[in-house]
Write a protein that binds this ligand. Structure first.
Ligand code: HEM
Length: 470
């Protein structure tokens, strides 16, 4: 029976074909792997020695965690806190497929994938390639993602890969991910805000948990079909059961001092004092630092659980959550229907975000390592290893970055760009920030430039049978 890509999957009640599909699909696509320590190993292959590259990937495929195994591990962890061990996945760039000598009809077809991220620089308003970190400036053929519960676990896998690989496979760069959690146990990013709460859910079991253990799904429905992220895997063992996903990696450096200082300036400009100062930043991100959506209330505190069952219908003027707020720009939750899009079209742009923070901070922490307070304000060296899965680069990552975040006229003329990730010429248009929560009076603010793209690539996460067949 073919897999129904138009609906989510109930994996605990999967039929034999669905189980076969999950066993051939790499983990992390339908659900985040959840490890706190990661390494991204970027590698090149020697096009003159494709057999060596193929052999290396064939061996590596034995360690790759399938979606099915990941789900079994996650279930065991939930029941008995049993450590699921390391997580390994591997993705290839279009140049990587070429270096392996893969026939054109077996190379994933997405045109942006085939061009590579460097070729899309101008469309995305990305910095000049000379300004990227050196490891990203040259051709990249693939990336191995290793995740673990601690640094030693991850380092051990890295060492093993270094020992096993032929000389023609070169590790040209490593990025170290280190998750941060606030005192409530929620993941945060370096500006101090809860991140990763809102995700498209493609597993029925996750949707049920959202309904019963979180704040419900009747206003914002996080249910998404498998086709949001899955596409057929060329070269896989089965035309019906082998799937892969397009994967974008971008190293995004964060200037924490710049961002935090500007938040304070804006609070002052708007006359927000004491606890109210928090409102300035909440209107920039769309959530307070603890994750409370600013559209729901004027102060933080909606944390058990962090809310995600909301939209912006009760704020059609952008007076509570401004139209420029990062979460409103990157998921308008129906706003763009006013421009003639259907909700289904709008939702087709959503991708599965799987980023992790990098860099260390000076912080007050509790006995479990949860962050009570971030003490320092670095200007660089910290940020987000942004990663996301999708079925179409142009319609998902690129649409979000270009047509929403970088576009000063989305969702209304003179909205301004996304103050967190917006870049390009549109940054000349100031954002209009309400002077207080719910106020129709707005003041122009100029908020951009605190996140800098330092390099990345477009990849494809192939099915495991493809890797084993190399
Ligand atoms: C350093 C860079 C970034 C920072 C600091 C950041 C921060 C955040 C935070 C704090 C949230 C709220 C938590 C949540 O709702 O899950 C969020 C949500 C989100 N971000 Fe980002 N983000 C960054 C980069 C990006 C990029 C590059 C994109 C896409 C092009 C993106 C797309 C999204 C989306 C789609 C959501 C969920 C919105 C929703 O469904 O309500 N973010 N981000």
């Amino acid at each position: 029976m073919p897999i129904n890509l138009n609906a989510p999957l109930a994996w605990e009640h999967a039929n034999s074909d669905e189980i076969a599909m999950l066993k051939d699909l790499q983990g992390n696509i339908l659900k985040g792997h959840g490890r706190n320590y990661t390494q991204n190993l970027f590698f090149t292959l020697d096009a003159q020695k494709p057999q060596e590259g193929r052999g290396f990937l064939r061996v590596l495929a034995q360690s790759v965690k399938s979606a099915y195994q990941q789900l079994l591990d996650a279930k065991a962890y939930r029941m008995s806190r049993q450590d699921a061990g390391v997580f390994v996945s591997v993705v290839l760039s279009a140049a990587g497929y070429k270096a392996l000598g893969i026939a054109d009809d077996k190379v994933p077809a997405d045109p942006a994938f085939r061009s590579g991220l460097k070729q899309r620089k101008d469309i995305l308003s990305d910095p000049e390639i000379d300004d990227w970190d050196p490891g990203f400036q040259d051709e990249i053929h693939g990336m191995i993602l290793v995740g673990g519960a601690n640094e030693a676990q991850v380092r051990e896998v890295h060492t093993k890969i270094q020992q096993q690989k032929p000389a023609s496979v070169r590790i040209i760069g490593t990025e170290y991910g280190l998750a941060m959690r606030n005192i409530n146990g929620d993941g945060i990013e370096h500006f101090g805000y809860v991140d990763g709460r809102s995700q498209p859910l493609m597993l029925q079991e996750d949707i049920e948990r959202e309904k019963t253990e979180k704040d419900g799904i009747d206003i914002w429905d996080p249910t998404f079909p498998l086709k949001q992220v899955l596409v057929s895997c060329p070269g896989g063992a089965s035309a019906d059961l082998s799937f892969g996903s397009y994967f974008v990696f971008r190293k995004l450096e964060q200037n924490v001092k710049g961002f935090k200082d500007r938040e304070e300036e804006i609070a002052e400009q708007l006359g927000l004092k004491g606890d109210d100062e928090e409102l300035a930043g909440a209107m920039i991100v769309g959530r307070f630092e603890d994750g409370t959506p600013v559209v729901l209330q004027r102060e933080d505190g909606l944390i058990k659980p962090v809310r995600n069952n909301f939209d912006f219908r009760n704020d059609s003027g952008g007076n509570k959550c401004p139209f420029h707020g990062h979460i409103r720009k990157t998921n308008p939750r129906g706003d763009s229907t006013a421009l003639g899009a259907t909700l289904e079209q709008e939702r087709s742009h959503i991708m599965a975000r799987r980023g992790i923070t990098y860099g260390t901070r000076n912080a007050e922490i509790d006995a479990e390592g949860k962050i009570i307070e971030l003490k320092d304000k670095p200007v660089g060296g910290v940020g987000l290893l942004f990663m996301a899965y999708q079925s179409n680069f142009e319609n998902q990552f690129e649409f979000t970055q270009v047509s929403w975040a970088n576009n000063p006229n989305f969702v209304q003329p003179s909205t301004g760009i996304d103050p967190v990730i917006g870049q390009g010429a549109g940054s000349l248009t100031p954002q209009q920030q309400p002077v207080d929560w719910g106020s129709t009076t707005k003041k122009p603010i100029d908020f951009h430039g605190f996140v800098t793209m330092k390099g990345g690539e477009y990849f494809f996460s192939p099915c495991i049978s493809f890797l084993k067949s190399l």
